[in-house]
Design a protein around this ligand. Structure first.
Ligand code: HEM
Length: 207
């Protein structure tokens, strides 16, 4: 069982590396097109967002399927989301601004969609830092509260995408739809209604 889990973890780790390998080979072979920086910026942003949403999908999927083991992959998926977002930021900072801090800051302030993306990125950092077991133990209930920010981060990332597309909003709309569905599953309207009805009955009984 332990060996099976380890193999599965290695498998998921390798799967998460595939986009990076594809990006690297596309740049080397010229398949990335005439503007490899733009290609890298798009791909790293897309994979950061996809993995962010996949991480958020783990808990509802576990609840719907009853597959408790799914939770064992959540941290790795979240850290890979962070990794691709870091690459995304690095592409911007290195290739667009040659690591010049004043120029990076000026761009962040000047373009609202970059400001929104930066906010999402900054909020993601404490989640990545506190993703270890020891941090989980140390923070206790506060850990859960902190990690609920992942929904806000995903919402900011989707907004960032919406703000930068000029004509065709289909792609960010799909991401927004997925996020809305995940939020609905998170709120569990069925359970909420059942709890509300139960508490109303209690009040009526006491009256
Ligand atoms: C959680 C954080 C972030 C996520 C998930 C994210 C995601 C995305 C996505 C999905 C795209 C669109 C890719 C496409 O057009 O196919 C994008 C584009 C872009 N993002 Fe981000 N982003 C994040 C943070 C940032 C940050 C911190 C910066 C820079 C400070 C940034 C700068 C850009 C730029 C320059 C583009 C390309 C715009 C263009 O089409 O020219 N992003 N991002």
């Amino acid at each position: 069982m332990v060996r099976g889990l380890l193999l599965a973890k290695i498998g998921v780790f390798l799967l998460c590396l595939i986009p990076l390998v594809i990006m690297g080979s596309a740049v080397v072979t010229g398949a990335a097109g005439p503007n490899p920086v733009e290609y890298l910026s798009h791909e790293t942003g897309q994979w950061g967002l996809r993995l962010l949403l996949l991480t958020l999908a783990v808990s509802p999927l576990r609840r719907l399927t009853g597959w408790a083991w799914l939770i064992r992959f959540r941290r790795m998926l979240g850290l890979f989301a962070f990794f691709y977002v870091c690459c995304h930021f690095l592409v911007f900072a290195v290739f667009d601004h040659s690591l010049g801090l004043p120029s990076i800051l000026e761009d962040i302030v000047k373009r609202p969609y970059i400001l929104v993306g930066t906010l999402a990125f900054l909020l993601l950092i404490p989640l990545a830092i506190t993703s270890t077991n020891s941090m989980m133990r140390r923070l206790g209930r506060r850990w859960k509260a902190l990690h609920r920010f992942s929904y806000l981060i995903a919402a900011l990332a989707v907004l960032h995408f919406f703000m930068l597309v000029k004509v065709d909003t289909r792609e960010p709309l799909i991401y927004a739809g997925v996020l809305a569905a995940l939020l609905l599953l998170r709120l569990r309207p069925g359970q909420w209604l059942a709890r509300r009805t139960a508490s109303r009955r209690e009040v009526q009984k006491e009256a």
